[in-house]
Design a protein around this ligand. Structure first.
Ligand code: HSE
Length: 300
């Protein structure tokens, strides 16, 4: 038996659309045990949806590694205990893909390298910004070229991070459909400089710099207006520290001083509750550890 632990991620981080992502200290745990036939069962976040059928991103990714390596599919009992909110902008799809790929890779005695896994995960997800930190931990900058994914990883210092996830229907597909096909040079320049400064601020634990530069003109303005309460919640979050839409949303991610975390969480929740929208929320921190496996977990 092996157990895979895979972290949540927050992509974009304001201006770094489709190229920045950060691993968070929120984990899904998935065990794979040899069995006579395939089965898949989830407890925790997303259980209701994921237990409806067997074909999902995790099981498809598990099968993908077998077919890429020319191996017969290993029959396993898969059990997941999920903490990552689904459809929230916290990389639950990336976590499922990475867990499926890494689970299969472990079972087959690691035929694929880290870069092979990143390439497969990126092809499955469509962009590397969530899958790269889920695999590697920390803060990741990554780009896709014709032949490879080029990435750099940065170790993160301590940060206090508030996440508030409004319970609204918001699919990544919709979140991409509302974006304009092209942007002005002014907006491109606005984002380029800020992306470089966001990386610097995050690596150095510099909250006052992050608060000044975590703005975006490529995706957030177009998305926030479709999320009920989104713009107001984002504005309140900014009064406590640096804020962004997490990934494609609808969660708001807020980097704050540890002493203001509970107040920030309460006030962001209030904005949504005033509109009759329920929320899930968490105070967390970055994870410098990406996905990892525990062999024979009962013996550890
Ligand atoms: N960069 C992606 C987006 C993350 O903003 O659409 C969500 O998949």
């Amino acid at each position: 038996m092996i157990k895979i632990r895979v972290p949540a991620t927050s992509a974009n981080l304001g201006p770094g659309f489709d190229c920045l992502g950060l691993a968070l200290d929120i984990w899904n745990e998935i065990s794979f045990e040899s069995a006579e036939k395939m089965s898949h069962f989830v407890i925790g976040e997303g259980a209701e949806k994921l237990n409806k059928g067997f074909r999902n991103l995790l099981t498809k990714s598990f099968a993908l590694v077998h077919s890429v390596c020319g191996k017969k599919l290993s029959t396993v009992k898969i059990e997941a205990s999920n903490k990552i909110f689904m459809s929230s902008g916290l990389g639950s799809s990336a976590a499922a893909i990475v867990a499926g790929l890494c689970g299969a890779n472990e079972i087959l005695n690691k035929p694929l390298s880290e870069n092979d896994l990143l390439k497969l995960a990126t092809e499955t997800e469509g962009h590397p910004d969530n899958v790269a930190p889920a695999l590697l931990g920390g803060l990741l900058t990554s780009i896709i070229t014709r032949d490879e994914i080029i990435w750099r990883r940065y170790e993160m210092p301590e940060w206090t991070i508030v996440i508030v996830n409004p319970q609204v229907e918001w699919l990544t597909k919709t979140a991409r459909a509302v974006l304009p096909k092209s942007i002005s040079r002014t907006d491109a320049v606005f984002n380029i400089g800020r992306t470089a400064l966001v990386i610097d601020a995050l690596r150095n634990g510099d909250l006052s710099l992050l608060q000044k530069v975590m703005d975006d003109r490529i995706h957030q303005p177009y998305r926030l207006k479709h999320i009920s309460g989104g713009t107001s919640a984002y504005k309140i979050a900014k009064t406590f520290g640096a804020a962004a839409l997490s990934g494609a949303g609808p969660s708001i991610i807020n980097f704050v001083e540890a002493t203001s975390a509970e107040k920030a969480r309460r006030e962001i929740i209030n904005i949504f509750e005033e509109r009759g929208i329920e929320t899930k929320s968490i105070v967390t921190k970055p994870s410098n550890q990406g996905v990892y496996s525990i062999k024979n977990p009962s013996l550890v």
